[in-house]
Design a binder for this molecule. Sequence first.
Ligand SMILES: Cc1cc2nc3c(=O)[nH]c(=O)nc-3n(C[C@H](O)[C@H](O)[C@H](O)COP(=O)(O)O)c2cc1C
Length: 361
Amino acid sequence: MSLLFSLEKKMPPAVFAWMRSAFSLKQRLVLKPISGSRLLCSLYYAFFSPAFRREQQAVAAGLALHHSPADQNSKRTLLRRNIHRIEKGLLMQPRRESFALSYIVDTVNCYKECSKVDCAAEWAKDLAWAHDILVHYFEVVQGGDQVERAREIFLHVDQPAEEKGGRIPYSRRGSSRVSYDDFAHLARRRRSVRWFLQTPVPHGLIDKAVEVAGEAPTACNRQPFFYRFFDDSEALKCLRPLPRGTAGFEHNIPMLCAVIGDLSAYFGERDRHGIYVDASLSIMSFMYALETLGLSSCALNWSDIESQEKEAEEMLGLKKHERIIMFMALGFPDPQGLVAFSQKKDLRSLRSFNQPTVVPL
Ligand SMILES: Cc1cc2nc3c(=O)[nH]c(=O)nc-3n(C[C@H](O)[C@H](O)[C@H](O)COP(=O)(O)O)c2cc1C
């Protein structure tokens, strides 16, 4: 398929249209008979189609790293996950007398390891949060062998440098200062912008938007993604042609962003989609934040095409467990540039309540 699309620009439109319908017919004829059987699907994708190979390798590389005792980044993710599990235990109603027993020793050991790491300055807030949650946990939990062992280890860990205290579950009083109308206005105003002024984008504004993006929810608070920005002319020259879907406006993109997912955040294969879900939630916040700062954006399609993936892997120096979630074009919108109307679904096509009715077994 990737070959097919790379031929698009080189062949007459009618020939390309014919090839595309032939491809579609082939997909239908092959996939229809096997799609009812998981085994046949597995055999097909194992022996006849390489479509999932890069993805599978990335998942395997991520799991291997996650379970490697030497990998610092995975430790940090594990700490975030476990500390978050403990804070959920702390806010439970009613709170159980003892909880987190099966992983408290591992968590405190992980906290101890993370406290020793050289780049701990970057982790200072995570460590202060872990510290506060663990102090609170040991104050309220009912003892037992596991808890006593964990407490003993915890007492011998150096205190984090970052200001401690207060990073524990709290009561969220008051209400949002953003009205529904203001938010709806922002949502309706944001549109994919493809025409930008050639004005440099201040990095300070990007940082402000990323700080908002970092507030997004993520599964078990793992935060398994990273934003990379490029506005240097050399980098733009190399990277702008990479994502497809920029035909006609590629040359005027003043800044490109690549959001990278980190598959080493997961213990098992079942969570492999987390990078896409978590990063996408964050990206939406990022886009809204850009709008409030006078900047605009356009998500750029990133399909799993081997040749394109390989090029991106080399240009961005990606590791096997890192996946590109999305590229984005961004900058100050050109006031002369038009945006597409992009009709949104009608409310009735967008949601249902209690339908279909679930019949209890
Ligand atoms: C994941 C994703 C990939 C997209 N890829 C492209 C792209 O490659 N080129 C492009 O011009 N627009 C792209 N878009 C923008 C969509 O065309 C646009 O979001 C959609 O038409 C709705 O319009 P709106 O964003 O203005 O509301 C993409 C959007 C998403 C969410």
